[in-house]
Write a protein that binds this ligand. Structure first.
Ligand code: AR6
Length: 195
C-alpha cells in the first residue's frame, strides 16, 4: 500500500498532516509503534514495523528491556530505537491501554502514550513524527474516542511548543478511519474543508 498525504494543516508554527497507508513506508524522521509491554513485537502495526526494521531493532529492544524495563514497558510510556531498515531514522515504541470499557483510566493512559512519545521526540531534537491510531486495533479502544484524545494531546503539545516547528502526522490504514479523522478535524475547527 502506498503512503498518501491527504492533508497538511498549519497549527501554531507547526503542521498537522493526515496520511493514509502503511506507516512502515513513511519518510517521517520518527514513526511511533503501537507496541505491547514486552517490546518484542506482535501483530498489527507492531508486527509490520518489526518486520520492516529488521532484527537489529529487536536486538536494541532486547537491551532496553534488560537494562531498563525488566518487567516490561508500562502502558503510557515510550522508548526510542533507531529505525534500521526503515526509511525513518527512529522508532518510538509506546504501549497504549487495552480497552476495558472506559473505567480503567484508558483515556489518561492513551493521552500519556501520545504525550510521552512527543516529549521523547522533543528531547532528541526530532521534529517530524508519524503516529498510527494507537490502541484502536487489537487493544479495542473505540476509534472516535481514541482519536479525539490523540488530537487534543498533539494540539496541546504544539501550543506549548509554539515557537518550534513540528510536523505531526496522523497515519491511518483504512479509508474509513481516514474519513472519520477528517470529520473530527472539521468538528474541532482545525480543518475548514477548503485547504
Ligand atoms: N500502518 C499503519 N497503521 C496500521 C498498520 C500499518 N502497517 N497496521 C495496522 N494499522 P494495532 P493496538 C492500524 O492492533 O490496538 C499488536 O499485536 C490499525 O488499523 O496494530 O495498539 C501489539 O504487539 C489500527 O487502527 O495496535 C500489541 O500486542 C491501528 O493501527 C497490540 O497489537 C492500531 O492497531 C497493540 O494493539
Amino acid at each position: 500500500m502506498i503512503m498518501r498525504r491527504i492533508l497538511s494543516i498549519p497549527y501554531e508554527n507547526s503542521q498537522i498532516a493526515l496520511e493514509m497507508g502503511d506507516i512502515t513506508e513513511s519518510d517521517a524522521e520518527a514513526i511511533v509503534n503501537a507496541a505491547n509491554s514486552s517490546l518484542m513485537g506482535g501483530g498489527g502495526v507492531d508486527g509490520a514495523i518489526h518486520a520492516a526494521a529488521g532484527p537489529e531493532m529487536d536486538e536494541e529492544l532486547t537491551s532496553i528491556r534488560r537494562e531498563r524495563y525488566a518487567g516490561g514497558l508500562p502502558a503510557g510510556q515510550a522508548v526510542m530505537t533507531r529505525g534500521y531498515r526503515l526509511r525513518s531514522k527512529y522508532v518510538i515504541h509506546t504501549v497504549g491501554p487495552i480497552w476495558r470499557g472506559g473505567h480503567d483510566n484508558e483515556d489518561e493512559t492513551l493521552a500519556n502514550a501520545y504525550r510521552n512519545s512527543l516529549e521523547l521526540s522533543a528531547e532528541n531534537g526530532i521534529h517530524d513524527v508519524a503516529f498510527p491510531a494507537i490502541s484502536t486495533g487489537v487493544y479495542g479502544f473505540p476509534f472516535d474516542r481514541a482519536e479525539r484524545i490523540a488530537l487534543e494531546t498533539v494540539l496541546s503539545f504544539l501550543r506549548e511548543k509554539k515557537k518550534e516547528r513540528y510536523v505531526i502526522r496522523f497515519v491511518f490504514y483504512t479509508e474509513k478511519n481516514t474519513q472519520e479523522f477528517l470529520r473530527i478535524l472539521k468538528e474541532y475547527g482545525i480543518y475548514k474543508g477548503n485547504e
